[in-house]
Design a protein around this ligand. Sequence first.
Ligand SMILES: [Mg+2]
Length: 349
Amino acid sequence: MMKSSRLHNLHLLILTFTPLSTQISVFLQPKPENAVTVAVSSRVLFRTEREQKVFEQKGVEEYLRYQIEHENEPFAPGPAFPFVKALEAVNTRLRELYPQSEELFDIVLVTYNHAHVGIRLINTINHHNLFIERFCMTGGSSPIGYLKAWHTNLYLSADAEKVREALAEGIAAATMFMPEKLTEVSESQLRVAFDGDAVLFSDESERIFKTHGLDKFFEHEKENEDRLLDHGPLKGFLEALGKLQKKFYAKGQRLDCPIRTYLVTARSAASSGIRALKTLRAWGLEIDEALFLAGAPKGPMLEKIRPHIYFDDQMFHVEGAAEMGTVAAHVPYGIAQKYSSQQKMSSGK
Ligand SMILES: [Mg+2]
């Protein structure tokens, strides 16, 4: 196992390139430990379904030929595109306020592709005026080691297996899907929405619900109101967003902050919600808006919020949000993964 992955690494090609746009050259490239690093796979940043089909039906040689033949045709934006654009809008504001600071979003494009396909990806990045300077082409091997080396704060991919691997390594990660319809989102304010249990928090309470039902869950949460919830896989990303938000607050821009965060949970305010709020407060994390839906569907609420991305551990909620035009990403973590299909309709919380 070790040997083969070492061998694979020999094929790895990492390109750091400067897009054609000249203004990028004056920007500092932040060190990974200072930046909020978001790694995005090419299959979620762009729409590559047609190419995927060529690969699946005709094999790798035909696929490479196809990509080279089409290398001057940019890919269309994929589900992570508006999110990445919003990260860049926040960076513009941060650079105005703090020209020398390295505390910025840093976007890494991760792809399993062969270097030949890189040309088409670079052409696409320039076509869409994206400022992506880090580019990791793994030639088929797993990107997880590189995600760690880059101090990745969030990894978004179409490959659920890789997402699970990243989560197992303690990296915040989520699977994204190709949506059928998309709600228009803000170009100047980044909006990120999180589920609570098994996303920001551990799945401790979710386990009670899944094994003993809703009444026991409420009872458990009431009894444990003053005991903090353990942290979940996306807590670190909320923390990173909070760190950048504070930079705007420090300049008197709290009301005009270009980052807004939301908790969208099926917990109910009166009973189980208080434990969630107490936990966030104890962690020193502010969430701008908290919505306790008490089991009501999340889709209509998310349609109003219009987040660039919404994270949930249950496919039921991810699908419900996506049906209403929200870009929803699945966090394959915790007890809900064992119940994914059979309890679809009975997901009361
Ligand atoms: Mg949950």
